[in-house]
Design a protein around this ligand. Structure first.
Ligand code: GSH
Length: 217
């Protein structure tokens, strides 16, 4: 078997890329193919890897997986440690991962991931506040239930942490206020060595995507 490849977008901006990259970084050796988004020819390059022309794309021999939740589920089949061992907790990790994948539109729209940006502020509309409150409730519930097992949402790192990692960067960039438990969880994510590696690469990227640069004073 050849070394799997993961096609990703800009580390500073591509939140879906971060999710797949973080899972893979914790599980297996892989080759990273970075296609800077919104540059000349980038769409054609992406379409040469997958039918959707979006990132992330996971490539393993003749297998192509082009959607984050499908990549997560495939990896969890290969590496069961990506989900909690307990059946009910596993269902819960899947539920919040799916909820992230299919929802939180106000959060995704109004607080785009911009890892290297700090001190940004956006208008807290009712929809955005509702998304933020829901994220905080998820983190609080998971951390309260799994505090003894470790510092990730379900104790050990799971796909759910990968799904919420870009939200941690968003809360950090846009100064979302959190309580102690939630802030501790954010620190677990931000201080993780793989997340740090991603961040350091994001800081060095030269590309600036204007429409993602929101919330400046
Ligand atoms: N449902 C997809 C969404 C992927 C997605 O929207 N990726 C964005 C970057 S974060 C993208 O590829 N944008 C480039 C484009 O649409 O041309 C997933 O879960 O992987």
């Amino acid at each position: 078997m050849a070394i799997p490849k993961l096609v990703i977008g800009n580390k500073n901006y591509s939140s879906w890329s971060l999710r797949a990259w973080l899972m893979l970084s914790k599980l297996e050796i892989f080759e990273e193919v970075l296609v800077p988004l919104s540059t000349a020819g980038s769409k054609e390059r992406l379409l040469s890897y997958s039918p959707t022309g979006k990132v992330p794309v996971y490539l393993e021999d003749d297998l192509v997986i082009w959607d984050t939740i499908a990549i997560a589920e495939y990896l969890a089949e290969k590496y069961p440690q990506l989900l909690p061992r307990d059946t009910k907790q596993r269902a819960r990790a899947r539920s919040i991962s799916a909820e992230m994948h299919s929802g939180f539109f106000a959060l995704r729209e109004n607080m785009p991931m911009n890892c290297r940006a700090t001190d940004r502020r956006v208008e807290l509309t009712p929809e955005l506040t509702s998304d933020i409150d829901r994220v905080r409730a998820i983190w609080t519930e998971c951390r309260n239930d799994n505090a003894a097992a470790g510092s990730w949402l379900f104790g050990s790192f799971s796909m759910a942490d990968a799904m919420f990692a870009p939200v941690v960067f968003r809360f950090n960039t846009y100064g979302v206020e959190c309580d102690r438990l939630e802030t501790e969880y954010m620190q677990t994510v931000l201080q993780d060595s793989d997340v740090q590696q991603w961040y350091e690469a994001a800081v060095k990227e030269p590309e600036v995507i204007e429409e993602e640069e929101v919330g400046m004073n």
